[in-house]
Design a binder for this molecule. Structure first.
Ligand SMILES: Cc1cc2nc3c(=O)[nH]c(=O)nc-3n(C[C@H](O)[C@H](O)[C@H](O)COP(=O)(O)OP(=O)(O)OC[C@H]3O[C@@H](n4cnc5c(N)ncnc54)[C@H](O)[C@@H]3O)c2cc1C
Length: 459
């Protein structure tokens, strides 16, 4: 076994597909016997949407999405941001997490990843499967096993940060959202009250998404309808016409970041590596971890790159999560602060956020927080055929785009590099060298500098 990916959540599945594109043999192990049906995230936004396009997955996602296109705005915690004045608002896709996971599992399987459900990693070389325990000896273990990562624990990687004293209870209920408007002056969205906040909204006719946030100790056991009702009563002072619950959850928001993303042959990605205290970023960042790590790990196990390339995974992705932690902590604080102080902070922050430069900055944080230069999706003509950069990137290989018919540059590219000689009137350089994850590491120059860039693609 070359790579064992622990966790068949969205991040593990994305990583498995990327590893297969890079030619690595991969087995995905998940202790759940069935895919997770909980409708946690409702969508994706920012650069991950472009990456799905680079992998030819965007059409599959769009076909099922309830929304796909530039986001008209985004809630920065409790502060609504409007993106109508931006030249390039972040792109978004609204699709519930179980459907995303089904599409990612389909893709990983098509590419040849083996997914074993009902197989739990108990220590780094032992798995408990339906027929008992067995040993595995993978060269690398990728921990995509979520917030309580066993891989992280076994590798001795610290997970410092904070867990808040507020609990969020969330549920989907079979009910008519219009009925809620008649209760206690509730509006769609989060409703602020002195003792907490209550959410009422709907994305599907006949299904209400309701939530309650309050400072309260976490009770033991699975969340129940009674507990949800009690929490609503405490915050609103009255009951809600909740109807039959389809799904209930209870989470304390955490802000945590793994000390290291790699130790020896163990790597972390997704919730195993970072937890953010506000919604809307976790999945985007986790899936982009997988895109950054996949081609590197495949290149190392296939012998195309030295092991040191894996250190660039931590170097490039850890700061992204640190930055995301900063902006999600601010979102959470804006939301949590109560009373007149909280109202004042939200009012002034909202006024500042509406200034064009500030909106652009916040949209940039939500779109993506890494500083790497990504290749734009330029239109190209290759051999008389019209195409675009995203289509060239489908194979997840390093690409030398040669826009000026430079034989001297083409000679530098070894067998692993795909050479694309193209006409591109919009290109600002003679040639580009682009990593499989879309990062431009060389932008014109002499053959010697290109050779260096190809030999050392990590930053
Ligand atoms: C109520 C709620 C609402 C959310 N809303 C949003 C949102 O709006 N936007 C957003 O971006 N994110 C949201 N999230 C977060 C998002 O769901 C996670 O970021 C995402 O699921 C992380 O994916 P992952 O693959 O890293 O981990 P997970 O989805 O947690 O998958 C981990 C997998 O590892 C498996 N596993 C664990 N331990 C082992 C083991 N020892 N052996 C084998 N398998 C193991 C588990 O069974 C699981 O399938 C929400 C989360 C919750 C709980």
């Amino acid at each position: 076994m070359e790579v064992a990916v622990i966790g068949a959540g969205p991040v593990g599945l994305m990583l498995a597909a990327e590893l297969r594109l890079g030619g690595a043999k991969v087995v995905v192990l998940d202790r759940r016997t069935e895919p997770d049906r909980r409708p946690r995230a409702n969508g994706l936004g920012g650069r991950i949407v472009e990456q799905l396009d680079h992998r030819g997955l965007l059409d599959r996602f769009r076909a099922e999405a309830t929304f796909a296109g530039p986001f008209p705005g985004f809630p920065f915690g409790p502060v609504p941001l409007g993106f109508s004045g931006l030249d390039a608002p972040p792109r978004g896709l609204m699709l519930q997490q179980p459907r995303m996971e089904a599409l990612l599992a389909e893709r990983a399987t098509e590419l040849g990843a083996e997914i074993r459900r009902g197989h739990e990693l108990v220590d780094l070389g032992t798995v408990r499967g339906p027929d008992g325990e067995y040993r595995i000896e993978p060269r690398y273990v990728a921990g995509c096993d979520g917030a309580h990562s066993r891989v992280r624990e076994l590798a001795g990687i610290g997970f410092p940060g904070t867990t808040g004293d507020e609990l969020m209870r969330l549920g989907h209920f079979r009910a008519d959202v219009d009925l809620f408007a008649t209760v206690a002056g509730l509006e769609r969205g989060w409703n602020r009250r002195p003792g907490g906040r209550v959410l009422v909204t709907s994305l599907t006719p006949g299904i209400v998404i309701a939530g309650v946030r309050e400072v309260t100790p976490e009770p033991p056991g699975e969340p129940t309808l009674e507990e949800f009702r009690d929490a609503v009563r405490r915050v609103l002072g009255t009951d809600l016409p909740l109807g039959e619950p389809l799904w209930l959850s209870r989470t304390a928001s955490s802000a945590r970041l793994a000390e290291r993303y790699r130790t020896g042959g163990v790597l972390l990605a997704g919730d195993a590596a970072h937890l953010f205290p506000a919604g809307g970023s976790s999945l985007n960042v986790g899936l982009l971890d997988a895109v950054n790590l996949g081609w590197k790990l495949a290149a190392v196990v296939r012998g195309r790159s030295p092991e040191s390339l894996l250190d660039s995974y931590h170097a490039e992705r850890h700061p992204v999560a640190a930055r995301t932690l900063t902006q999600t902590r601010v979102q959470a604080l804006l939301d949590r602060l109560t009373g007149e102080d909280g109202d004042a902070l939200r009012t002034l922050f909202g006024e500042l956020a509406a200034l064009p430069e500030a909106t652009r900055h916040l949209a940039g944080l939500l779109r993506d927080t890494d500083e790497l230069p990504y290749v734009p999706d330029l239109p190209l003509t290759v051999g008389g055929r019209a195409t675009r950069v995203a289509e060239v990137m489908r194979a997840a290989r390093p690409v030398l785009f040669d826009f000026a018919d430079r034989a001297d540059l083409r000679e530098c590219a070894g067998a692993d590099v795909k050479i694309v000689t193209a006409e591109c009137p919009e290109a600002s350089a003679d040639a580009l060298f682009v990593r499989p994850d879309g990062v431009v590491t060389w932008c014109g120059g002499d053959p010697a500098s290109l050779r260096e860039a190809i030999a050392a693609p990590g930053r």
